[in-house]
Write a protein that binds this ligand. Structure first.
Ligand code: FAD
Length: 319
């Protein structure tokens, strides 16, 4: 398997196309997901990210005073989907590995599974607060911040496992990605604090960064410049989501804590239906992509969110 950083080096300045996919809801068919992304293989993505999702649940108090936990939604299968993607398309999968819901030992077992499968890339994340809660809580003997998990993976790369004696064991060889937020992570007090923690993740061993989606390229350019001035020299991959419905004008800023540029807002507001809004999203995505490529972005990483048709139209113009 090739590392993300090696793919970027091998591209020699040519932009790379890549995508992120979300596992189906439990019981849905994986075939739909794979069939859906198959046409995008035309643009030769060297890697495909596969997200990880904690189960969502509600808690119901019982007459005996105990609490019953009822799972309402689950998207299992991240590792299996990674294996399926390798097998069917021959591209490198990048599983997302979360702090949330995992103890350190469970994380170690998860990483060992990946290592045995020959998966050498991982996007290391804290994860959002478990639904229905509004604040993040680490599992017992788990991690509160992604930087701690980065350190664990970096240690495994040196042959240092949990609970081991003095002798280093067989090292893993993970290329470690981390997330960053050009418009600030929603919990961070300010940009400076958020930025310092990002630097800490890189100091602990992150090899590359993937950004949250943004619609204003200026935010990405400012962010990259600031990283470079601070000596963060790892590749910074822009994450892109084509706007697909009129409602997303409101939903995406709320969910992902970002601002929509005025021009985009006006263009979508003038649409009479979602079909027109989708077309606006495609044109915006093409424009964003062209500017990012011209500015030397190493990869254009598209959040497909289960839909490939609009990404397909954008990629056709850019790659
Ligand atoms: P961290 O880097 O740990 O940061 C979280 C917050 O804590 C930030 O506000 C940061 O400033 C602050 N912080 C960091 N370190 C410290 C410290 N030492 N002391 C005090 N404060 C600190 N979520 C999923 O559940 N599954 C996914 O597959 C998934 N994929 C994603 C992919 C990308 C590209 C992105 C951008 C996000 C993804 N997310 C995913 C969402 C992500 O889990 C959330 O945004 C989460 O809230 C933060 O994760 P993080 O890794 O950036 O956290």
């Amino acid at each position: 398997m090739t590392k993300i950083t090696e793919h970027i080096q091998a591209a020699n300045g040519q932009p790379i196309f890549s995508i992120e996919v979300i596992p189906p809801i439990k019981g849905d068919n994986l075939k739909n997901l794979l069939d859906n992304i198959e046409p995008l293989m035309e643009f030769k993505p060297p890697f495909v990210d596969v997200t990880y999702h904690r189960e969502e649940y509600i808690e119901r108090p019982l007459p005996d005073g105990t609490i019953q936990r009822i799972v309402t939604r689950k998207r299992p299968g991240t590792v299996g989907i990674c294996a399926a993607i390798m097998h069917r398309f021959g591209v490198d999968p990048v599983p997302h590995v979360l702090c949330g819901g995992f103890s350190r030992d469970e994380t170690e077992d998860f990483l060992i599974d990946l290592h045995y499968l020959g998966i050498d890339n991982a996007l290391v994340l804290r994860g959002d607060p478990a639904k229905p809660f509004s604040t993040f809580k680490a599992k017992e003997n788990g991690y509160t911040y992604a930087s701690e998990l980065v350190e664990q993976v970096a240690n495994m790369n040196k042959g240092i496992y949990l609970h081991e004696e003095d002798t280093p064991l067989s090292p893993s060889d993970f290329c470690i990605g981390v997330a960053a937020y050009p418009e600030k992570h929603f919990e961070a007090m300010d940009h400076d604090t958020d930025f310092e923690y990002l630097r800490y993740k890189v100091d602990k061993g992150a090899d590359y960064i993937v950004t949250q989606m943004f619609f204003d390229n200026g935010k990405y350019f400012d962010f990259v410049e600031r990283c470079r001035q601070a000596g963060i020299m790892v590749p910074i991959i822009p994450g892109l989501k084509p706007l697909a419905t009129r409602r997303q004008l409101e939903i995406l800023p709320k969910l992902f804590h970002l601002e929509m540029p005025d021009d985009l807002v006006r263009a979508v507001q003038s649409c009479e239906n979602d079909q027109q809004a989708k077309q606006v999203g495609i044109e915006w995505g093409i424009q964003q992509g062209r500017e990012l490529i011209a500015a030397g972005a190493p990869v254009l990483h598209f959040y497909t969110m289960g839909k490939a048709d609009n990404v397909m139209k954008i990629a056709r113009e850019l790659f």
